[in-house]
Design a protein around this ligand. Structure first.
Ligand SMILES: Cc1cc2nc3c(=O)[nH]c(=O)nc-3n(C[C@H](O)[C@H](O)[C@H](O)COP(=O)(O)OP(=O)(O)OC[C@H]3O[C@@H](n4cnc5c(N)ncnc54)[C@H](O)[C@@H]3O)c2cc1C
Ligand SMILES: *[C@@H]1O[C@H](CO)[C@@H](O)[C@H](O)[C@H]1NC(C)=O
Ligand SMILES: *[C@@H]1O[C@H](CO)[C@@H](O)[C@H](O)[C@H]1NC(C)=O
Ligand SMILES: *[C@@H]1O[C@H](CO)[C@@H](O)[C@H](O)[C@H]1NC(C)=O
Ligand SMILES: *[C@@H]1O[C@H](CO)[C@@H](O)[C@H](O)[C@H]1NC(C)=O
Ligand SMILES: *[C@@H]1O[C@H](CO)[C@@H](O)[C@H](O)[C@H]1NC(C)=O
Ligand SMILES: *[C@@H]1O[C@H](CO)[C@@H](O)[C@H](O)[C@H]1NC(C)=O
Ligand SMILES: *[C@@H]1O[C@H](CO)[C@@H](O)[C@H](O)[C@H]1NC(C)=O
Ligand SMILES: *[C@@H]1O[C@H](CO)[C@@H](O)[C@H](O)[C@H]1NC(C)=O
Ligand SMILES: *[C@@H]1O[C@H](CO)[C@@H](O)[C@H](O)[C@H]1NC(C)=O
Ligand SMILES: *[C@@H]1O[C@H](CO)[C@@H](O)[C@H](O)[C@H]1NC(C)=O
Length: 498
């Protein structure tokens, strides 16, 4: 038997390898060979096979994906060697930062190699504590925690496990965005592994086209192994979570728009409010809840007094460090879908959007474990102004001095049978609210990459404006002439430019 194996060698192995199939997660011979090459290059401590991997990822759909293997590099030169091995074997891959995206292959590779950046998570405070060098696989709470002893913070996610990688490459809204701008406007340098394995540093003064492209260009240009971020003095903040009875919807909206759309109020850059409209399947009712934040250690910050005087059914207020507040629910439990649109502030359109959402959700309310939310918050005027720093970003949002409102349908559910119903509800709600916004002259072309569904990729880049989208494609051709990181190459998941 042993002799037979030796004689037939690679041919037999190849046949066996091609037979390794889990559902649609077919592992190619190229990837089988890539995994064994990676194993001999790096050793067992770097390689995990699905049979005995205790890997977890946020979305249950991504959790069900079966890669050929998962590899965990420690630094940029290892990432570069991995890329070279995958190209030689023409093996498809996905790259995982914080792993918070929501489609198979976004950050866990369907039958290919998952490059897991979780070991690239160091945080080094530099430049007299005005900047930090952060590993490309760090998550928000790792950075919050590392900066806390310095009484500093950074523009990270609201939830601790959200990755710095995906968050900052797609945009990066944050509790700190009103004061400091989005994450992508707070990055001084990117250390990037390009498609040919070259490691470059993109900044305002070197590889400046690539620097611009990485500010909103997502996973189309390279694997970022280090972000050099802006950090700032920050102590504990005020955070309050209120939930309201269904019959106070109009009162809550009145107060929210006072905070979002009145320049005298929103000019206080310590203030932010996220508003959730949620369906409770047990009571068959929809109601608002909101998260108020104020970037000072002031209990019951008075800017929210109007909102706080609306009768509420529950209330949780605290002053605490951001690291403690960025709670992180368990990973890999629920299936999730997001879909998004942006508009100018309009309380009337918001209110009509809730009618649409209710109708669409009621049509699918038998889906097991269904928890749909219609979530909105502003891109503050101050955040938009910050987008033109250091040569500007790729998002194409015009600075008119006015805020925009981002809304997204965010749904979790539990069984695969519910997938298509949730898709329909999400697509219908988003498209109907978009037409409504056009009808009322409050539509915006911006579609936030990080809340979009995979099929919204074309809308995302079209929304950046034709000249920005074209410039991104040209820059991509220059840094990746073979198209390794495009839809015809090896890294195809998430939001692709071409
Ligand atoms: C619970 C939850 C809370 C959220 N909160 C916020 C929020 O407060 N503000 C906000 O703006 N968004 C928020 N989001 C959206 C979030 O920004 C996106 O889902 C984002 O893509 C997550 O990035 P990640 O690194 O965690 O995910 P991943 O799935 O790992 O990455 C997303 C994509 O980016 C790529 N990528 C990741 N890291 C790198 C890297 N270092 N180099 C190159 N490519 C990389 C991946 O390959 C993948 O294609 C939230 C999402 C969830 C699920
Ligand atoms: C394989 O990949 C697909 C995505 O294409 C996923 O939906 C499926 O659940 C995965 N797992 C199995 C066991 O088939
Ligand atoms: C599971 O994963 C954790 C975190 O990545 C690791 O510390 C632990 O050793 C792993 N356990 C096994 C049995 O592989
Ligand atoms: C990358 O990490 C490996 C493992 O820790 C180490 O051996 C190697 O020297 C590192 N390379 C660089 C350039 O830091
Ligand atoms: C470092 O920052 C502190 C205040 O944060 C300042 O007093 C000091 O002068 C700075 N030092 C240098 C070398 O810039
Ligand atoms: C951080 O703030 C605390 C509380 O104000 C203070 O005691 C501590 O000295 C500060 N630490 C640094 C490094 O400035
Ligand atoms: C809302 O309902 C509660 C009872 O659930 C009632 O006490 C309250 O008066 C109602 N408020 C309005 C504005 O209808
Ligand atoms: C949903 O409604 C039921 C019945 O009114 C209530 O008991 C439950 O607490 C509600 N769930 C949430 C998450 O508010
Ligand atoms: C905050 O508001 C709540 C409810 O109105 C009140 O009970 C509490 O005493 C207030 N706390 C402070 C510090 O003002
Ligand atoms: C939208 O703009 C068009 C053209 O400027 C105008 O005719 C129409 O009345 C406006 N609609 C609303 C609802 O304001
Ligand atoms: C790798 O690609 C970059 C961008 O196209 C190019 O500048 C560089 O010369 C290439 N390096 C090698 C070794 O081919």
């Amino acid at each position: 038997m042993t002799r037979l194996f030796k004689t037939l060698g690679i041919v037999l192995l190849s046949t066996l390898a091609e037979a390794i199939t889990y559902g649609s997660n077919v592992t190619s011979f190229g990837c089988e060979r890539a995994c064994s090459t990676l194993r001999s290059a790096f050793g067992d401590a770097y390689l995990h096979y699905p049979e005995n991997d205790n890997f977890t990822i946020w979305d249950a759909k991504q959790q069900e994906v079966i890669p050929a293997c998962r590899v965990e590099p420690f630094n940029a030169s290892e990432v570069a060697r991995i890329i070279n091995i995958l190209e030689k074997n023409w093996c498809r891959f996905a790259v995982k930062g914080g792993g918070h995206s929501r489609s198979a292959d976004d950050s866990n590779s369907v039958g290919g190699v998952t490059i897991d950046l979780d070991r690239l998570s160091t945080v080094e405070v530099i430049a007299n504590a005005t900047r930090a060098r952060v590993g490309g696989g760090a998550n928000s709470v790792q950075v919050y925690t590392a900066l806390e002893p310095y009484n500093r913070s950074f523009v990270g996610g609201r939830v601790g496990t959200v990755g710095v990688g995906g968050h900052a490459l797609g945009g990066g809204s944050s509790p700190f965005a009103n004061r400091h701008g989005w994450a992508l406007d707070n990055i001084h340098e990117y250390e990037v592994v390009l498609a040919n394995g070259t490691i470059v540093t993109a900044s305002e003064t070197s590889d400046t086209d690539l620097y611009w492209a990485l500010r909103g260009g997502g996973n189309n240009f390279g694997i970022v192994t280090t972000f050099t971020i802006n950090i700032f003095p920050q102590g504990p903040i005020y955070q309050a979570q209120f939930s309201y009875a269904p019959n106070y919807t109009n009162e809550v909206l009145d107060e929210a728009y006072e905070l979002w759309a009145n320049p005298d109020v929103y000019s206080d850059v310590d203030m932010s409010l996220d508003l959730y409209y949620t369906y409770n399947r047990t009571s068959d009712q929809f109601s608002f809840s909101g998260t108020q934040r104020y970037l000072q250690p002031i209990m019951n910050a008075s800017i929210f007094s109007g909102l706080s005087s609306v009768p509420h059914v529950s209330r949780r207020v605290t002053v605490d460090s951001v690291a403690n507040l960025a709670s992180s629910p368990p990973l890999g439990v629920t299936r999730n879908l997001f879909g998004t649109l942006t508009m100018s502030p309009s309380q009337l359109v918001h209110s009509k959007a809730l009618d649409i959402f209710r109708e669409e959700v009621r049509a699918i309310n038998t889906v097991a474990g269904l928890t749909p939310n219609f979530i909105c918050y502003p891109i503050h005027a101050n955040t938009i102004a910050a987008m033109s720093r250091r040569g500007g970003n790729a998002l194409g949002i015009k600075n008119t001095g006015e805020p925009l409102i981002i809304c997204f349908v965010s749904t979790s559910w539990t069984e695969a049978q519910g997938d298509s119903a949730v898709w329909d509800m999400t697509r219908n709600t988003v498209n109907r609210v978009k037409s409504l916004a056009r009808e009322y002259n409050v539509s915006s072309d911006f579609t936030y990459m990080n809340y979009a569904w995979t099929g919204q990729a074309d809308e995302v880049f079209a929304g950046y404006g034709e000249s920005n989208a074209e410039r991104l494609r040209e820059i991509q051709k220059a840094v990746d002439p073979r198209g390794i990181f495009t839809l015809r190459g090896l890294w195809r998941g998430f939001m692709k430019l071409q």
